[in-house]
Design a protein around this ligand. Structure first.
Ligand SMILES: [Ca+2]
Ligand SMILES: [Ca+2]
Ligand SMILES: [Ca+2]
Length: 285
């Protein structure tokens, strides 16, 4: 809420609308989820290879959301003649505001998704923000892992420490076993907004600093979008490589967009007064 508590009514309304506290690593307004630095799988190399993801960070202003990813995987993807479209790219970035695990939210069509990699195997035609999203598996057409348990086992067997950013590697938020159960790409969705890419220099001006966490991936990818495309409140956001050779999830929240009308105290008093007059008139009838 934007206005200051000045009476019992306002304080009560403010507390109702307050988002629940989320454990967060905040710096300069950016919320960071830092991943394991040695859980990227690139062929025989575990840790530090082409598929190492280091972190994701999200910042918001009153009307705009900013996303930044630090990683060794370029936006062009990793060339692989056996992979769909000739490269293994980023999957899509999912947002789940439902409080449910990923598969339940997916079954309910309540996920949001962002396609930011133009060359990936997303089921939607263009980059941008999508609502009513369903997710699909693309690991099996990108030389990837059939499930998370196999990925975790592979990393651990080579001495790496698998992690999912703000979630543990084995968090039940994601299905761990089965065949083709890593849902890392948008299957269907309704486009509700565009994204605008940001250069590393522009991200620095916005206060982004992955280096403070020793996250030193060769690529820093960033984009922004208008918050009106998404709900407010707590969410879990996540993305995988198309082969599930690394992945990160972040827990954060969006506050309500400021362009939404905020009631003025005088209006509330007026409405309350109006309602009580109406109620009084009803009683008289
Ligand atoms: Ca990693
Ligand atoms: Ca691909
Ligand atoms: Ca990871």
């Amino acid at each position: 809420m934007r206005w200051i508590c000045s009476g019992a009514i306002f304080c009560a309304m403010a507390s109702v609308n307050q988002p629940q506290a989320v454990a967060a690593t905040l710096s300069n307004g950016w919320n960071y989820a830092i991943d394991s630095f040695d859980d990227g799988v690139t062929g025989a190399q575990i840790g530090g290879g082409e598929f190492e993801f280091y972190g994701i960070a999200i910042k918001e202003t009153s009307d705009t959301a900013f996303i930044a990813i630090n990683s060794n995987l370029s936006l062009a993807g990793y060339a692989d003649p056996f992979a769909q479209r000739g490269n293994i790219n980023y999957g899509d970035l999912f947002f789940n505001f439902s409080g449910q695990d990923f598969n339940t939210a997916n079954a309910n069509g309540s996920l949001f998704g962002i396609r930011f990699a133009e060359g990936n195997d997303s089921g939607v035609a263009t980059t941008g923000i999508y609502s009513n999203v369903t997710a699909k598996n693309v690991t099996e057409i990108n030389s990837g892992f059939s499930n998370l348990d196999r990925y975790n086992t592979r990393v651990q067997s080579a001495g790496g420490t698998p992690s999912m950013g703000d979630l543990s590697a084995t968090d039940p938020y994601f299905e761990q076993t089965g065949n083709g159960t890593v849902l890392n790409s948008i299957a269907t969705g309704t486009k509700v907004g565009e994204i605008s890419f940001l250069t590393p220099a522009a991200l620095s001006v916005l206060g982004l600093n992955f280096g403070q966490f020793k996250a030193t991936g060769s690529q820093t990818i960033g984009f922004s979008f208008n918050k009106s495309a998404m709900p407010s409140g707590n969410y879990i956001a996540n993305f995988f490589a198309e082969c599930a050779n690394d992945a990160i999830a972040i827990k954060s929240s969006f506050t309500k967009e400021s362009s939404e009308p905020v009631p003025e105290p005088s209006t509330i008093f007026g409405t309350l007064a109006g309602l009580s007059i109406l109620a009084a008139k009803r009683k008289l009838k």
